[in-house]
Design a protein around this ligand. Structure first.
Ligand SMILES: [Zn+2]
Length: 417
């Protein structure tokens, strides 16, 4: 009989935090697991955001192949934004690679709308409509009974009392746990994957409550992580002898210091020209050499590719070199804020590389790259508490010897394929 695979995703939890929470006794179940098996820091995708990273985890491919480079794209031949969903993924996730076995897939980001599979699929954010997020639809009444929700109500983040947001995070975590329990015995599955996304929301809105032990809500942050550990323990107790159990995050998290409006910087340096006529990226005018999409994806405004394209093939190399120079020069209070500027060929390969950004910026700790258009200042405060970094983690209940795993490697650890 094939070994079963159970994958528990914990969105947005960095290696270092998972390591220290278990050492400090907040996560005893995970402590036991990590002490006996494989637990390492894992490199997130570039850029380190959920839609890109989870797409690499479930397909085993890099963005140049699977075609997901960010939460947003420009519609071909225009400056209008689109938001690629599961239909834009150009490679098959593991559950479409083996139809002979049953799969239960719950809350994996960027898998909306749900598609036919042998088993059950409940898509994660950004899922707009539960009806389209679920396959087969016959599961919807059960999900309604479980009070299933796709995400937390983020508007609660703006309430004065953080208790309300913690209550919401806990509630949604309970719903996710009840849902996984409901499907665990329903089907004779080979692959079971469930992702906790409350952890990422915790990071964005409440990172300081845990990072700062004097914080008024610190004990609630500890309770939240204990609850995640209970989830881990619940799965651990259900495992059969040969089951593969993988626990992982898609990216890490750290304290946010400043937002960097890179388009504003490009405008100051003469690479970006904006008209006042239109809105958003449609403001990009003739004479623009480059522009930025979230988080730090830089595109040359190529002639023939965009309506106001102003970069000829013969100029590309020089503009890229100039861009790299000014980006490495960018400072906040005398501190360099950009750690690395990658050219697309250094980080991506595959048939969809034409859609890739020409450059991707990786930031120094605490400086969050943004692609907003028309902002007055390059640097600004954010009312969020945490931002992503590239330090994800990978746990497998096996003894393996891989020093630097990457999100694309995960699929290779599934047994029974
Ligand atoms: Zn996030």
């Amino acid at each position: 009989m094939n070994a079963r695979n159970i994958i528990l995703g914990i969105d947005g939890i960095p290696f270092e935090l998972m390591d220290s929470l278990s050492d400090k006794g907040v996560m005893p179940n995970f402590k036991e697991l990590k002490s006996n098996f494989y637990f390492k820091e894992m490199k997130s995708s570039i850029p380190h955001i959920s839609s890109v990273s989870w797409s690499s985890i479930i397909t085993g491919k890099n963005p140049g192949e699977h075609g997901i480079f960010g939460f947003s794209e420009l519609i071909e031949g225009t400056y209008s934004l689109s938001y690629p969903n599961f239909n834009a993924l150009k490679c098959k996730p593991f559950w479409h690679q083996q139809n002979e076995n049953k799969h239960v897939i719950i809350n994996v980001p960027a898998t909306y709308p749900a598609k036919i599979l042998n088993g059950v699929h409940i898509a994660g954010f950004v899922a707009l409509d539960l009806e389209k997020a679920v396959y087969p639809k016959t599961c919807i009444p059960s999900l309604k009974q479980l009070n299933y929700v796709i995400d937390i109500d983020s508007s609660l983040a703006h309430k004065q009392s953080k208790d309300i947001l913690f209550d919401e995070l806990m509630k949604v975590l309970d719903i996710r746990k009840n849902t996984y329990q409901f499907f665990w015995n329903k089907l004779n599955w080979l692959n079971f994957m469930v992702v906790i996304t409350s952890s990422d929301r915790f990071g964005h809105f409440l990172w300081n409550t845990y990072a700062n032990s004097d914080n008024k809500w610190h004990s609630r942050a500890v309770q939240f992580f204990q609850k995640i550990d209970d989830f881990i323990g619940d799965i651990k107790d259900k495992l059969k002898e040969n089951d593969n159990f993988i626990i992982l995050s898609d990216h890490g998290m750290e304290e946010i210091k400043q937002n960097m409006n890179l388009n504003t910087y490009l405008e100051h340096e003469g690479f970006l020209k904006l008209s006042d006529k239109y809105k958003n990226y449609n403001r990009i005018a003739k004479g623009t050499k480059a522009f930025v999409l979230d988080p730090g994806r830089i595109y040359l405004n190529k002639e023939g590719k965009y309506p106001n394209g102003s970069v000829f093939k013969s100029e590309e190399k020089e503009i890229i070199a100039d861009l790299k120079n000014i980006l490495y020069d960018l400072k906040y209070q005398n501190q360099k804020v950009i750690r690395k500027v990658h050219e697309k060929n250094e980080i991506y390969n595959g048939v969809n590389i034409d859609k890739a950004p020409d450059l991707v910026v990786l930031e120094n700790s605490g400086f969050r790259p943004k692609g907003s258009i028309g902002k007055e200042s390059i640097f600004e405060e954010d009312n969020l508490s945490g931002m992503h970094n590239d330090s994800a983690f990978l746990f497998i209940n096996k003894k393996i010897n891989i020093q630097k795993p990457n999100v694309q490697d995960v699929i290779g650890f599934l047994g029974g394929n």
